[in-house]
Design a protein around this ligand. Structure first.
Ligand SMILES: Cc1cc2nc3c(=O)[nH]c(=O)nc-3n(C[C@H](O)[C@H](O)[C@H](O)COP(=O)(O)OP(=O)(O)OC[C@H]3O[C@@H](n4cnc5c(N)ncnc54)[C@H](O)[C@@H]3O)c2cc1C
Length: 440
């Protein structure tokens, strides 16, 4: 579970905070669905009720396909209801990296997919009138001056070669004014990247899917699935779904359900805190333009203001099987590096979620059982746009009306070294090294 409930913990400064997502506390839609308790039939069975699963269900239903969604917990209780809410463009790695490793043509194709994903968020919000506090603009401040030349070169390159004009270079003093933090140097600003309330966005997609007749079951963990007499048999503890095809949309929560994907994706935990609503003066100081930030660190710090002017600050990660409840030490460390003057700020909520990364940070789409199972995961921390677009890509594949699924699944994703048992410790060492580089 991304959300650890309503536990209250006391801080040494005397205030209490909830080990619960702020998004859950400010959700504007309530959806309650019964668990699966019988054997049902559907054209497609979607496993996982986050952005990937819900948008797949929505687009399939739009095409008249009978869909059942099985969610192990509550809808969007995974990363989709817990994330930083940053709507980024392109892929998790920049075009310099993608061109170097994949060549210009594939890199350009991935850029276009990422941009379509970013714009697709707006179309969903507009079409289904999803109220999710959407606001434009993400700045990417550098925590080291030596990165600034590369940022400048990247902005020029994107402006010219990709004719992408939404990104601009921000110098040291402008960036310090934008962030209210003198730990940062220059960086880039992308005016068409955005931020939103991730849970309300997910629940808005769910509501639209329900209105189109999708059957959703919560608290219905899939234990196993197999091919049986030409169909797929998906088993929960108190019922089953017989479907023509299955869509696997479990990302960081996949666990042992499909071991064939193990080598390519690695789950990791990431954490966020929400402060109490800040004074107008502090808001003006730390974020006068009310935009979102994602910095240049290997373990990225990302932060923005909520609609009620709390600082939502994410940073710090680990790889343990379960999420930590001792979140404050993990997140306040980077928070006080960026904003030392907020070291005693009252924190009202602290929570975490699991995402899935791939070795080259590109999404991992895979067709299994001769196309009877389609799987999409590994958005590597960039799933607000990509995962909610994945649903359209999967539905297009099912309806034979698009080839983007094949384009993505043909991109080579290296395996993590160490196999299922050792990939986590091996990556821990790699990530710890990256975190050390952040500090020196
Ligand atoms: C703390 C955090 C911050 C992040 N910040 C950002 C950000 O700012 N911008 C961005 O673009 N991305 C961000 N991400 C990543 C983004 O949230 C994910 O990429 C995206 O939500 C993935 O959506 P999904 O639907 O594929 O997976 P999820 O939302 O994780 O959904 C998977 C679902 O599958 C269910 N499930 C698993 N196993 C089973 C089973 N056996 N049976 C039934 N159901 C099952 C789970 O319960 C879960 O609800 C962040 C992630 C985290 C954790």
């Amino acid at each position: 579970m991304a959300i650890s409930g309503y536990d209250c913990s006391e801080h040494s400064l005397g205030w209490t905070y909830k080990v619960q997502s702020y998004y859950q506390a400010s959700a504007n839609i309530t959806i309650e669905k019964d668990p699966l308790s019988e054997d049902v039939h559907a054209d497609i069975c979607v496993i996982g009720g986050g952005y990937t699963g819900l948008s797949t269900a929505l687009y399939l239903a739009k095409n008249g396909i009978k869909v059942v969604v099985l969610e192990a917990n509550k809808l969007a209780s995974g990363a989709s209801g817990a994330n930083g809410g940053q709507v980024s463009g392109g892929m998790r790695r920049d075009q310099f990296y993608l061109e170097k490793t994949l060549g210009f043509t594939k890199a350009k194709t991935l850029w276009t997919i990422g941009e379509n994903a970013k714009m697709h968020v707006n179309s969903l919000i507009d079409e289904y009138q999803i109220e999710c506090d959407y606001k434009s603009g993400i700045a990417h401040p550098n925590h080291k001056q030596k990165f600034c030349d590369e940022s400048k070169a990247y902005v020029d390159y994107m402006n010219q070669t990709y004719e992408y004009k939404d990104i601009s270079y921000i110098d040291d003093s402008q960036m310090r004014e934008m962030t209210g933090s003198d730990t940062y140097y220059g960086g880039s600003y992308d005016k068409s990247e955005a931020q939103l309330h991730p849970l309300n966005y997910a629940l808005g997609i769910a509501k639209a899917a329900l209105n189109l007749g999708v059957n959703i079951y919560e608290n219905s963990r899939v234990i196993s699935y197999k091919e049986q007499q030409g169909s797929m048999n998906v088993q929960c503890s108190k019922g089953s779904v017989i479907a023509d095809r299955v869509v696997l949309a479990c990302n960081g929560y996949l666990g042992a359900l499909e071991k064939r994907l193990d080598a390519k994706i690695l789950p990791m935990n990431n954490y966020i805190i929400a402060t109490k609503p800040l004074s107008e003066e502090t808001v003006r100081r730390i974020n006068p333009r009310d935009i979102a930030f994602a910095d240049s660190r290997f373990v990225v710090n990302y932060f923005r203001l909520s609609a009620d002017k709390r600082l939502l600050f994410g940073g710090g990660e680990n790889y343990s099987t379960s999420l930590s409840n001792r979140i404050l030490p993990i997140v306040t460390k980077p928070l006080t590096v960026v904003y030392p003057f907020l070291k005693d700020v009252q924190i009202d909520y602290a929570w975490g979620g699991k995402l899935a990364i791939t070795m080259n940070r590109l999404p991992y789409f895979k067709s299994l059982f001769g196309g009877k199972v389609l799987s999409a995961q590994g958005y590597s921390g960039q799933g607000v746009a990509l995962a909610s677009y994945a649903g359209k890509i999967i539905a297009d594949k099912v309806c034979d009306s698009g080839d983007v699924f094949d384009v993505i699944s043909n991109i080579s994703i290296p395996s993590f070294p160490g196999g299922r048992l050792l990939r986590s410790p091996t990556m821990k060492i790699g990530m710890a090294y990256g975190a050390i580089l952040d500090r020196i």
